[in-house]
Design a protein around this ligand. Structure first.
Ligand SMILES: *Cc1c(COP(=O)(O)O)cnc(C)c1O
Length: 244
């Protein structure tokens, strides 16, 4: 089972874990968006058998190119993953025991990540403040549904995604924001079961109505640690005025 910590909030690993146990399944945490988030005192990237995160620039801890990391507390898996990362190496570099990949993290990217990692806890705090301000500013505009975080959880706020009432309203809001010079994005316009890549599974429109409904209504507002209160006020004003 792959739990996806969508938009920065870790999935419900207590429930995922009990299903996995019942059916003897291996759990992977897709923590590409949740590095920096947590559930109670447990940090994202420590759920499941292994966890994977991404340091792509758009992620909470972004480098300036491509990067990522795998996590496990299983020594055997750790040895296998390390081997896979280095062309399938065995005990020494030129003894290949399997077919691997070249998965080096570029030194330049690593240097950038180390410098950014020092201020990362502070940036997570700032992202939370930005999310709180959005919730306060947008809460009164009932046509927009703002995201919530369950008690005890911390989101890394990779994205701040809201739900419009319906597709035409989303289009209108996005257009008005665009006119005001405010970028938005739709994550994600197409649910997994309607992706061509999975057509062989035989799912059709209507099979997952909640996913389909969200895909029609969702869009993301600007989110980064350095978004100012004034900028957020401007964004909220455009949304508020669209509603009149
Ligand atoms: C970005 C992202 C990935 C992929 O990250 P890469 O750096 O492209 O490997 C996987 N899952 C989710 C949920 C993501 O947001």
């Amino acid at each position: 089972m792959i739990g996806v910590d969508i938009f920065g909030l870790p999935a419900d690993y207590a429930r995922i874990g009990s299903v996995a146990e019942e059916h003897d399944l291996f759990v992977i945490e897709d923590a590409a968006q949740s590095f920096g988030g947590q559930l109670n005192d447990t940090k994202a990237c420590s759920f499941g058998n292994i966890a994977c995160t991404s340091f792509f620039p758009a992620k909470p801890l972004g480098c300036y190119g491509d990067g990522g990391m795998c996590f496990t507390d299983d020594d055997e898996l750790s040895t296998v993953m390390e081997s896979l990362r280095v062309h399938g190496k065995g005990d020494h570099k030129y003894d290949n025991v399997r077919i691997g990949i070249n998965g080096r993290l570029d030194s330049l990217q690593a240097g950038i990540l180390l410098a950014k990692f020092d201020i990362f806890p502070e940036e997570i705090e700032l992202r939370q403040q930005v999310a709180n301000r959005y919730a306060t500013l947008l809460g009164p505009f009932s046509p927009i549904k703002v995201p919530s975080v369950p008690p005890g959880a911390t989101s890394a706020w990779a994205q701040y995604s809201v739900l419009a009432t319906d597709e035409p309203q989303r289009t209108e809001l996005q257009n008005n924001l665009k006119e005001a010079g405010i970028p938005t994005a739709i994550y994600y316009p197409q649910p997994l079961h309607l992706q061509s890549a999975f057509s062989s599974l035989g799912y059709k429109k209507g099979d997952f109505p909640i996913s389909e409904d969200c895909a029609r209504r969702i869009f993301s507002l600007p989110m980064h640690p350095y978004l100012t209160a004034e900028e957020q006020k401007k964004i909220a004003d455009v949304i508020g005025n669209s509603d009149k």
